[in-house]
Ligand binder design. Structure first.
Ligand code: NAP
Ligand code: MG
Length: 394
């Protein structure tokens, strides 16, 4: 008997090595053990080009409607891709398009495996980074100012923020309440769903008005709508100064959601990812402010270099774990939304099979190198072993 789910999961296929693994994972682990409606969209670069990128919009609308989506990595075209695939246009990043339509927050969560050493050894539990992907430095107004001139800002009267005795530079940034509030809600909902403590960091001692605005919105949303749920779950929320937070994170053992402003999140997500050590073990979840719609994905790209080897007929050892976890997390959410305990349990069990296998020393090349051995299996061998263990576990 296969594990059943009753409401649809929206499935977005993609490109290159990630897509090759996608097909293998579906065949060996998904359709073999799970049964339920899958609504599929082909987000390959060829089909995005053929549909003038409408397929991406339709996929996002379908996720919105059915609440759970799982996505394969896709090519974001640059000049060389436009030539390679003879594209009509340099289509925008599908992830950007989907994020705009769902208006969600991206959470990057590492998969922590005991046997795989981390660069930061104390991090034995995941640190989930939530980046506010709106405004600030990314929509800044920048200006070069010649010596002796004074730029002016006007809002109910005019004032000059700074006197330029030498030439210099000037910067204006903005943010807005509805975006910050939506971010806060996504962050609190994700913390509850993953049962993790939550921190938000700013530099409100220096930017008293600007960062103070962020801090007070987080506190307001928490007090009004999340305090009781957090207390019931035994979880905490705390605002911390960014510099205190960075120092504390480094010596912490992990196990929390860390919400950051746009620029801080950009920087810290790369820092934390490196500390955990492997792209093949990083997942990415997009969650809407109301916590009702989710899209899961591996954080890595299409792994082009491995694809070229595979095209030549070589056996590859690309790590499929983050892609498998995209599926297990999609099942987890489907189960959570539909109150389907069997599905939630099966998703946990499948994750455990994957982790146990690595802990027993069966792993792809990227992880073998991290543990200092040359003993690795191919992607397909790894997936076969997961399927074998999962079948026995059921
Ligand atoms: P990438 O696909 O993440 O791969 C970069 C390198 O990281 C690989 O060459 C490989 O290193 C290692 N790596 C990544 N995932 C791995 C895995 N599962 N197992 C083992 N090693 C892994 O990034 P990229 O090469 O810069 O980008 C390729 C394409 O992906 C681009 O067209 C880009 O637009 C797209 N992309 C898509 C997404 C997305 O859809 N979310 C995200 C990022 C990039 P070694 O070569 O050393 O083995
Ligand atoms: Mg960055």
């Amino acid at each position: 008997m296969k594990i059943q789910f009753h409401n649809p999961i929206v499935e977005l296929s993609g490109d290159e090595m990630a897509q090759v693994m996608w097909v293998w994972i579906k065949e060996k682990l998904i359709t073999r053990f799970f049964e339920g409606p899958l609504i599929s969209f082909d987000l390959s670069i060829q089909n995005r080009d053929a549909t003038e990128d409408q397929v991406t919009v339709e996929a996002a609308e379908a996720i919105k409607k059915h609440r759970v989506g799982v996505k394969c990595a896709t090519i974001t075209p640059d000049e060389s891709r436009v030539t390679e695939f003879n594209l009509k246009k340099m289509w925008p990043s599908p992830n950007g398009t989907i994020r705009n339509i769902l208006n969600g927050t991206v959470f990057r969560e590492p998969i922590v495996v005991e046997r795989i050493p981390r660069l930061v050894r104390s991090w034995s539990r995941p640190i989930v980074i939530a980046r506010h992907a709106f405004g600030d430095q990314y929509k800044a107004f920048e200006l070069k100012v010649p010596a002796g001139q004074q730029p002016k800002i006007s809002l109910n009267g005019e004032f000059s923020p700074f006197k330029f005795e030498s030439d210099g530079v000037f910067l204006a940034i903005h943010n807005k309440r509805d975006s910050i509030e939506g971010f806060a809600r996504s962050v609190f909902n994700y913390s509850l769903q993953r049962n993790l403590n939550c921190y938000f960091s700013t530099k409100n001692t220096i930017l008293k008005v600007y960062d103070g605005f962020f801090k007070s919105i987080f506190e307001e949303v928490f007090e009004n709508d999340f305090k009781e749920q957090f207390a019931k779950a035994g979880l905490n929320f705390e605002h911390r100064l960014i510099d205190d937070m960075v120092a504390w994170v480094l010596k912490s053992e992990g196990g929390f959601v860390w919400a950051l402003k746009n620029y801080d999140g950009d920087v810290q997500s790369d820092f934390v990812a490196q500390g955990f050590g492997s792209l093949g073990l990083m997942t990415s979840v997009l969650l809407t402010p109301d916590g009702r719609v989710v899209e899961t994905e591996a954080a890595h790209g299409t792994v082009t270099r491995h694809y070229r080897l595979w095209q030549k007929g070589e056996k590859v050892s690309t790590n499929p774990i983050a892609s498998i976890f995209a599926w297990t997390r999609a099942f987890y959410y489907r189960g959570l939304f539909d109150d389907n305990k069997d599905l939630i349990n099966a998703s946990r069990r499948l994750e455990d099979c994957v982790l146990n296998l690595v802990n027993r020393g069966i792993m792809t090349k990227d992880l073998a190198l991290l543990t200092g051995t040359q003993d690795f299996v191919s992607t397909e061998e790894f997936l076969e072993a997961v399927a074998y263990d999962f079948e026995s576990a059921l």
